[in-house]
Design a protein around this ligand. Structure first.
Ligand code: MG
Length: 394
């Protein structure tokens, strides 16, 4: 990704006076689930890692509403909007150009409060592929042309998309297109880009990213915000066995326990941490411990197994996962686990960066049955629960 946080700016356009809305207060300043509509939109961009700065263009007649709505947010000075949306955007672009160091800009309607982080990401990253990209959703309803309550014909929906915002652009070409087209009244910036011959990519938007135009829209946005985001929970399991051999201690769950035998293995043979590492890898579908740390690799001879577990934790985090709970069961007749169980849980909690009440270590015998019952080795099984981040909204 070549987008840098310094060079990609977001311009939130709140120019409209909202005549279509039955309220004396412009729609973008109305309350939506506890904060103004515009604040939802501005915060989505301020909180996004790909966006370096956020600026707002608004009707100067609404300055008091704007100040109240965005109090405490880092948006610089509001930019005074013009007579039309197009004029307002041009003024915003002029202001960004004066600030300097802007390579890319995302333009977003203040009246789209449900914009999600994933859509912002997709539009930002599409600007690596071309000079312009807009969020849009395919038209799926059958379209009718009609007049005075009667259908005049059916319009093919083939190739039809509904344009949303954000619309993203390489800054220079868009600014030039806007200056050249000043005085027209285009309803979106992509139309100006198209007019200037700039290719525009269609990026899948989100049906929930609605524009609050009517009171029904505001109620629908409220319902969407009230519905819980789907939670993506992954559960992985792991299993491992190591055979007893000569030695004077065993490593179990990161704790050395004096014993009249040791465990054989290419690393420190910590069967508990190995099972747990596999459980974490399983939760994110990232293979198994043997793939990441081949037994044939001399680097891992005698290695402490913490590093295998730490590596799995890093992989989980890199994929946006949060470990919420792990459970390890050790299966052996000896040594006795009870006296060291809480130390094991503390050790695992420290490696995983978890509160100790999110870590369970248990032990059982196998009633003298099987290889663990005969004292030939120790087995361990583990379960890990991982919650994947799905963004503010899916
Ligand atoms: Mg192992």
């Amino acid at each position: 990704m070549t987008t840098t946080t310094n060079s990609c700016a977001a311009l939130i356009v709140a120019g409209g006076s909202g005549q279509r809305f039955g309220s004396p207060i412009p729609k973008q300043y109305l309350d939506l689930a506890g904060k103004p509509v515009i604040r939802h939109a501005v915060e989505a961009f301020l909180n996004h890692p790909d966006i370096g700065r956020v600026r707002v263009v608004a009707d100067p007649a609404h300055a008091a509403y704007l100040r109240a709505a965005l109090e405490g947010l880092d948006i610089g000075n509001p930019i005074d909007g013009g007579a039309t949306r197009q004029d307002s955007v041009l003024r915003g672009l002029d202001a960004l150009a004066r600030e300097g160091d802007v390579q890319r800009v995302l333009i977003h309607d203040a009246a789209r409060p449900l914009i999600d982080a994933d859509t912002i990401t997709r539009v930002c990253r599409a600007l690596d592929e071309g000079p312009a990209a807009i969020a849009a959703v395919r038209v799926t309803d059958t379209l009718k042309r009609g007049d005075r309550g009667r259908v005049d014909g059916t319009v093919s929906r083939d190739g039809l998309w509904r344009a949303q915002t954000p619309q993203g652009f390489h800054f220079g070409p868009l600014h030039s297109a806007h200056r050249a087209a000043a005085g027209q009244a285009m309803t979106d910036d992509a139309a100006l880009a198209e007019g200037a011959g700039i290719p525009v990519l269609l990026i899948p938007g989100n049906e929930d990213n609605l524009k609050v135009t009517t009171e029904d829209d505001l109620r629908r946005a409220e319902r969407l915000l009230a519905s819980p985001s789907p939670v993506d929970v992954r559960v992985g399991n792991g299993y491992d066995v190591h055979r007893f051999g000569p030695g004077d201690h065993v490593m179990l769950c990161g704790v050395a326990i004096p014993h009249d035998q040791g465990l054989e293995g290419h690393s420190d043979a910590d069967v508990g941490l190995h099972a747990l590492t596999d459980a974490l890898l399983g939760a994110i579908g990232a293979g198994d411990i043997g793939q990441h740390f081949p037994p044939s690799d001399p680097r891992w001879r005698g290695a402490e197994s913490d590093q295998f577990l730490k590596h799995a934790v890093e992989l989980v985090q890199a994929r946006g996962g949060q470990i919420t709970h792990v459970d390890v069961t050790l299966i052996c007749e000896r040594p006795k686990i009870g006296p060291v169980r809480s130390r094991m849980a503390e050790r695992i909690a420290a490696i995983l960066g978890l509160a100790v009440d999110r870590v369970s270590v248990k032990a059982t015998t196998s009633e003298r049955l099987g290889f663990t019952g005969r004292g030939e080795g120790i087995a361990a099984q583990a379960t890990a629960t991982v919650v994947m981040q799905t963004g503010a909204r899916p």
